[in-house]
Design a protein around this ligand. Structure first.
Ligand SMILES: NC(=O)c1ccc[n+]([C@@H]2O[C@H](COP(=O)([O-])OP(=O)(O)OC[C@H]3O[C@@H](n4cnc5c(N)ncnc54)[C@H](O)[C@@H]3O)[C@@H](O)[C@H]2O)c1
Ligand SMILES: [Zn+2]
Ligand SMILES: [Zn+2]
Length: 361
């Protein structure tokens, strides 16, 4: 059977998102059909819409989601109909070289649904990050469903499906933030503020939030920043050095992903410190740094894909901390909107007035 449901589609580069009828097949082997409850609007959806990820239009957007499994393929055992799940874009294969080396977070062969969802005229859709959750139903690989506590607020825990996990993990997993560290986070949208929260969870004592938008800095303070820097007004490299005894921070996280913010991160860290790039650059961006500075400043320059998370390990642990009141996921949900309001949510993201708009389906 094919299910006809509403979905938010980006048809061509830059075109406004339209809500269309999409066709979702029943799950085949290894697949699960999920009734979506909530899906957050992530900057990566905007990157897709603008053609900054690839040209495989039309895209079915949305990928930061909670849902309920409604049907599974014949061989699926890990989830069952009725399970509350957070969707993930890292369903690891268990067999590639990275998985066999015990580094499943670098899996080269993560699973997505084999069958395609389509528009009514049969045009195949590319699901954003292999998920496509701005839709009443979506089809994913069963491994993309991480079973979670059904009592936790769907909108809040769904954000672990992408941006909040990416930020938390950039600090905790990739950056390896430790008790007593100094950390600076450049760009305090959903991802950056989550990195601030991650640094706080890990016990960093100095947590510097940097943004060009003063409103974002207030939210970062609520989530654990000890200092804020408005980089539209002052040089963030100087400011971070001043706040760290002249040294620079142990870990600097770039949650914007532009050459200028990367350079700020590079020079704002202490000698032998760590830079973590979690913001996603566009294809035309290039970086120009004196190679002698790369050598002379030492340390490590890392990128963080999805916060180096393993969903089955990290989502339940973080939801547990949320339920105990130790990780404020509710603070990330600025507004709850309908599927018709996604363009407006992109505008608000641009205007800096939201941390996360969450679509309720
Ligand atoms: N690596 C991953 O796995 C992963 C996962 C999810 C999202 N992302 C990426 O993370 C980035 C942030 O996502 P988001 O959802 O938080 O976006 P967002 O639009 O909500 O936040 C971006 C923030 O950066 C600030 N900013 C913009 N330019 C700046 C500058 N020059 N200096 C300082 N601050 C600046 C904005 O004011 C805003 O607060 C995006 O590039 C997104 O694609 C990466
Ligand atoms: Zn693998
Ligand atoms: Zn995302």
């Amino acid at each position: 059977m094919v299910h006809k449901v509403k979905g938010a589609v980006a048809r061509s580069k830059g075109a406004p998102v339209t809500v269309e009828t999409i066709l979702v097949p029943d799950p085949g082997p290894g697949e699960a059909l999920v009734d979506i409850l909530t899906s957050g609007v992530c900057h990566t959806d905007l990157h897709y819409k603008l053609g900054a990820i690839n040209d495989d239009f039309p895209f079915l957007l949305g990928h930061e989601a909670t849902g309920v499994v409604s049907a599974v393929g014949p061989d699926v055992t890990e989830v069952a109909p009725g399970d509350r799940v957070v969707l993930n874009w890292r369903a690891v294969c268990g067999e590639c070289r990275a998985c066999r080396r015990g580094q499943a977070q670098y899996c080269f062969n993560t699973h997505n649904a084999t069958q395609k969802m389509t528009l009514e005229d049969g045009t195949e859709l590319t699901a954003a990050l292999g998920i496509g959750a701005f839709a009443e139903k979506t089809l994913v690989a069963a491994g993309q469903c991480t079973k979670v506590d059904p009592d936790a607020d769907a909108a809040a825990v769904g954000l672990l499906g992408c941006g909040v996990m990416a930020g938390l993990g950039a600090a905790i997993n990739t950056g390896g933030v430790k008790r007593g560290d100094s950390v600076a986070v450049i760009g305090c949208g959903g991802v950056g503020v989550a990195a601030v929260a991650g640094a706080a969870l890990a016990g960093a004592t100095t947590i510097i939030a940097v943004d060009i938008d003063a409103k974002k800095l207030e939210r970062a303070t609520e989530l654990g920043a000890t200092h804020t820097v408005d980089s539209s007004a002052v040089d963030p490299v100087e400011a971070i050095r001043e706040l760290t005894g002249g040294f620079g921070a142990d870990v600097v996280i770039d949650a914007v992903g532009r050459p200028e913010t990367y350079k700020q991160a590079f020079y704002a860290r202490d000698l032998a410190g760590t830079v973590v790039l979690v913001g996603v650059p566009s294809p035309e961006m290039t970086l120009d740094l004196p190679l002698l500075d790369v050598f002379g400043r030492g340390g490590s320059l890392k990128s963080s894909w999805y916060g180096d998370c393993l969903p089955s390990r990290d989502f339940p642990m973080l939801i547990s901390l949320y339920r105990q009141g130790r990780l404020d996921l509710d603070a990330f949900v600025t507004e709850r909107i309908s599927i018709n309001d996604i363009e407006a949510a992109f505008d608000k993201m641009h205007a800096g007035s939201v941390l996360r708009s969450v679509v309720e389906l």
